[in-house]
Design a protein around this ligand. Structure first.
Ligand SMILES: [Zn+2]
Length: 250
C-alpha cells in the first residue's frame, strides 16, 4: 500500500487547543502537510510509535521542518529506544535540533504543554512499538498502533475516541509472502473485539492493507458500526476529525 501510495502514509496531525502534535510521519508527510496548509514550524512535538519506515520515513525532514532547518531549537521528539540506538531512523546530526528527544518506555507518561500521553504497554510487533492514551483538559482518546492482538491489550486503552491500526482483513497470510510480517498486525475481527471491549464513543480505523482497501474500508466500518452499536469511521486521505462533534452529541 505504501510503495504504491494507494493511500497516503504521512501520519496524523493532532491539534489539541493549539498544541500541535504529529504522530508517525511516514513517507510523504512533509508534502501532504504543506499541501494542507499545516505549518511544521509550529509543531510542538513529533511522536513515533515505532521505527518501521511506513511510520518513520519522513521523521528527519519533519524534525528539520519543526526547527526551521535546525536554526530554531524548539519542539519535542518522542521515540522508542530502538529507533535511536539499534539501526536508528533518527539521524545523529539532527538530534540537537529539538529541545529534547525523549525515549518512550512501557508505562511511561509524557507531557507536551497541557497535553499528557502515556505508552501503557509494549506492543507485540517486530520492532519496539507503543500505542498511546492522550489526555487533554477536555478529552481522552487512545491510539492502538501496530501490534498483534494479545490477551489484555484492550485493558490498557480508554477514552471517547479510539484510533486503531487495522492492516489485515483476516489473519491469513498469502502463500507467496516471504515473511510473516502481516501477522504482526490487527485484523478486522481483532479491531471489532477491541471496539467491543473498550467501548469508545467513536472508533477510527486506519493503516489499511491491500485486502481491506479492496473490500472498501467505508463498507467495512459501516458494517462494524451496525454490529457493535458504536460509530466506526474509516479514515481516508486528508480526513479531519473534529472533537467538537463529540460535545455536540452530549
Ligand atoms: Zn509496523
Amino acid at each position: 500500500m505504501v510503495s504504491r501510495q494507494l493511500l497516503a502514509s504521512g501520519g496524523a496531525w493532532i491539534d489539541l487547543h493549539g498544541t500541535q502534535i504529529l504522530v508517525d510521519p511516514g513517507p510523504g508527510c512533509l508534502v501532504h502537510a504543506i499541501n494542507k496548509k499545516l505549518d511544521p514550524s509550529r509543531l510542538d512535538a513529533i511522536i513515533l510509535s515505532h521505527k518501521h519506515l511506513d511510520h518513520s520515513g519522513d521523521i528527519n525532514v519533519m524534525i528539520e521542518a519543526m526547527t526551521a532547518g535546525g536554526t530554531r531549537k524548539r519542539g519535542l521528539v518522542f521515540a522508542p529506544g530502538d529507533a535511536l540506538n539499534q539501526d536508528p531512523v533518527i539521524l545523529h546530526y539532527i538530534r540537537s535540533y529539538p529541545l529534547q528527544i525523549e525515549v518512550l518506555v512501557e508505562g511511561g507518561t509524557y507531557q507536551v504543554n497541557d497535553i499528557s500521553f502515556t505508552t501503557p504497554i509494549r506492543h507485540q510487533h517486530s520492532v519496539e512499538t507503543y500505542g498511546f492514551v492522550f489526555r487533554s483538559p477536555y478529552h481522552t482518546f487512545s491510539w492502538i498502533t501496530d501490534t498483534k492482538y494479545f490477551e489484555g491489550l484492550a485493558s490498557h486503552y480508554t477514552g471517547e475516541v479510539l484510533i486503531l491500526n487495522v492492516a489485515m482483513l483476516d489473519s491469513k497470510v498469502p502463500s507467496h509472502y516471504l515473511m510473516t510480517l502481516p501477522l504482526d498486525h490487527l485484523s478486522l475481527a481483532d479491531a471489532g473485539r477491541l471496539v467491543e471491549l473498550i467501548k469508545p464513543r467513536v472508533a477510527i480505523l486506519t493503516h489499511f492493507g491491500m485486502k481491506i482497501w479492496r473490500a472498501g474500508p467505508r463498507v467495512l466500518a459501516e458494517r462494524m458500526s451496525g454490529e457493535k452499536g458504536i460509530q466506526v469511521i474509516a479514515a481516508s486521505d486528508g480526513m479531519t476529525f473534529d472533537f467538537l462533534q463529540l460535545e455536540n452529541k452530549k
